[in-house]
Design a protein. Structure first.
Lengths: 107, 564
């Protein structure tokens, strides 16, 4: 897993452009957090990618008009914990209805 | 007080816009209402896809920003293919889409679509306008990003109520981008590194892509190539950047490139890439692409680097700066003698197998047609076999002399694009080459051609198949011609006549004689010299194939020259 920190100006669609650079490659996003950071915003992503994809993603992000900086880092424990949760049911199971899962109830 | 629509149009004029292409509808009506007297000429196409391809034709022929206008909902979604095309081929484009009233956004109102959302991954930049006050700044910023760096498409989606609203207008806005601390541009020192690689190279080559042309540095590029005097070839979008008669020029490279170009690209030990992204049509099997090569990549857009193969030396920056900087250094550098390598790469045994196209009558036809064109001509090719034949045979020295949808490969591109080209270049001979499949994808634009009496010379290479797909079916799917048969095509001559456009048919038998008979020569001359629009349908052998061909997944050295 690699952590990516993308600094951007929070203009229309910029966060979505950051995310579609990932989704167009069929890569899942186990962890994502975006918030104001200094004068701009920062999105933190945790992705399972190979070395070639790291380069491609960083360059694609950098090409987005309002992205100001892209960094690759080590995942924090918080990220890893969230990513571990990602391995659970997908989509998340509903609260049990009479002890049965939502999908079972529908069936 | 001015209406938002009037402000919008004044801002377009301030960006230098004189010509726009579009199709009106409900949400964009206020803009159309304000058009008269705005100083902007609007060209009504017969489909929004026609409008955006025409805008692309204008942009590709001139280098200016093309502008396409459509209404909300289906009008906007019909632009999507053109937006994707402009993204792939780096075409500066501003698309203006009407949107439902701002209060209705998100309610699934009549003709409401999330244009902003659905074009996010296709655009370089986009905005949903949120107030009348935003109009000047959004337009200034949109045009800036369409032109800046690697050009591309921009979408401005404007709710209809902001076009109707009024405000005091103090004039168009100016946009200055905020600097990005992480932008790394090559400085002059890179040239020493490239020269060091050249001094060690035994088989250097140069690959020219669209970026070299977009930079505008064609004279500088040609001087540099003359100084280097190394085997040189071009991508389909790089055609016209190099003078075709240059002794070191080997022609087009890639899937249907020349034997000499593909072999040189396979064998070189140093590859200088000028503004090309090295896509799969150029590289063949990436794992076997230029196996002995070190790559120096001159590129304005860092996102294009290392997509297929890691380059040894990226030179990031506008080629208008990096090429002259490199050339200045080259002039004083001592470089090896590469005459032996040049003799191999440009040698007779790698020349075209059939330079006159005698074995392929469509090629003969194109040679006869192109050989009669004046120097200022622009050839626009659609997508398919005829596109590759045209790319192989049209040898223009004009950087913007050959236009096609190369990256996206959007059938139906050529006819509307030719409309945009002819309007931008009224004195040029504009030739539109289509297949029978692609022509029918935007055949309605014959009405636009007729209305404007544009003297476009339209050619349909009619093989009654979706020819390129059929060729692949023949070569790689055991001749299973699934759903590519167009033998029930309409009579294109009669269709053209219904649009009050002169049309003729030429059978490929007319190309059997070399040189062609006086009668055929006269027909071609008549076609090209007519003052109005003309259509020429060339009946092509149904199973004619484009060769050479590098099969998908093969190395560039594994070209086919005939069916195995």
């Amino acid at each position: 897993m690699n952590a990516f920190h993308i600094h951007y100006r929070n203009t229309q669609g910029t966060l979505m452009r950051i995310l579609t650079a990932v989704s167009r490659r069929g890569i899942e996003i186990p962890y994502m957090h975006a918030a104001a950071s200094g004068p701009g915003h920062r999105a933190d992503l945790l992705l399972e990618v190979n070395a070639k994809q790291i380069g491609q993603l960083c360059r694609d992000w950098h090409a987005i008009v309002d992205v100001t900086d892209v960094r690759v880092g080590t995942p924090t424990p918080e990220m890893m914990e969230a990513a571990a949760g990602f391995a659970g049911p997908h989509p998340p199971a509903s609260a049990s209805a009479g002890g049965r899962s939502a999908s079972a109830a529908m069936a | 007080m001015l209406r938002g629509a009037e402000i919008f149009l004044q801002c377009l004029r301030a960006e230098g816009v004189e010509l726009v292409f579009g199709y009106p509808g409900g949400a964009i009506m206020p803009l159309y209402d304000a058009l008269e007297g705005s100083g902007i000429r609007h060209i009504l196409t017969r489909h929004e896809q026609g409008a955006i391809f025409a805008a692309e034709g204008h942009a590709r022929a001139t280098g200016e920003v093309g502008v396409a206008i459509a209404t909300s909902g289906p009008g906007a979604t019909n632009l999507v293919t053109g937006i994707a095309d402009a993204k792939m081929d780096s075409v500066p484009l501003v698309c203006i889409t009407g949107q439902v009233r701002s209060a209705l956004i998100g309610t699934d109102a009549f003709q409401e679509t999330d244009v902003f959302g659905l074009t996010l991954s296709l655009t370089k930049w986009s905005r949903l306008v949120r107030s009348i006050e935003e109009i000047p700044t959004v337009i200034a910023e949109g045009f800036h990003w369409a032109r800046e760096g690697r050009p591309g498409p921009v979408v401005i989606d404007i709710p209809t109520d902001f076009l109707k609203a009024k405000m005091e207008f103090s004039g168009p806005a100016k946009f200055t981008p905020k600097p990005r601390p992480s932008d790394a541009i090559a400085n002059g020192a890179f040239a020493d590194d490239v020269i060091a690689l050249l001094q060690k190279a035994e088989r250097p080559v140069a690959l020219i892509g669209a970026g070299a042309k977009l930079s505008g540095a064609i004279p500088e590029l040609r001087q540099l190539l003359d100084s280097l005097n190394i085997p040189t070839f071009a991508t389909v979008h790089g055609l016209g950047a190099v003078v075709p008669s240059a002794p070191y020029y080997l022609g087009m490279v890639g899937m249907h490139g020349t034997r000499a170009a593909n072999m040189a690209l396979h064998e070189n030990d140093l590859l200088l890439v000028f503004g090309a992204r090295l896509d799969d049509r150029v590289t063949g099997d990436p794992s076997r692409f230029a196996p002995h090569s070190k790559i120096v990549h001159f590129e304005i857009d860092p996102a294009q680097l290392d997509r297929v193969r890691q380059c040894e030396l990226p030179v990031i920056g506008d080629l208008a700066q990096t090429i002259p900087a490199f050339h200045r250094k080259i002039k004083n550098a001592k470089l090896p003698d590469w005459s032996e390598w040049r003799a191999v790469a440009c040698g007779e045994d790698r020349a075209e197998l059939d330079p006159r196209g005698l074995s392929q009558l469509t090629v003969r036809f194109l040679d006869e047609l192109f050989g009669r064109l004046p120097e200022n001509s622009v050839v626009i090719a659609d997508v398919g076999q005829h596109q590759m034949w045209a790319a192989q045979r049209y040898r223009s020295a004009l950087p913007r002399g050959f236009i096609t949808s190369g990256g996206l490969g959007a059938m139906g591109f050529a006819l509307p694009a030719a409309v945009g080209v002819q309007l931008s270049k009224p004195d040029a001979t504009v030739v539109c080459v289509s297949g029978d499949g692609g022509f029918q994808m935007n055949i309605q634009e014959l009405a636009t051609v007729r209305r404007l009496n544009l003297p476009i010379k339209m050619v349909i290479v009619d093989n009654k198949y979706l020819g390129m797909v059929r060729q692949w079916q023949q070569l790689f799917y055991q001749r299973n011609y699934a759903e590519t048969d167009l033998s029930d095509n309409p009579d294109f001559v009669e269709i053209a006549k219904a649009y009050r456009i002169n049309a003729e048919r030429l059978n490929e038998d007319a190309m059997q004689e070399y040189p062609v008979t006086q009668c055929t020569a006269d027909a071609l001359e008549r076609f090209l010299k007519s003052e109005g629009p003309e259509l020429l349908v060339f009946d092509c052998a149904p199973e004619a194939n484009v060769y050479p061909m590098v099969p998908a997944g093969a190395a560039l050295s594994e070209m086919l020259f005939e069916e195995d």
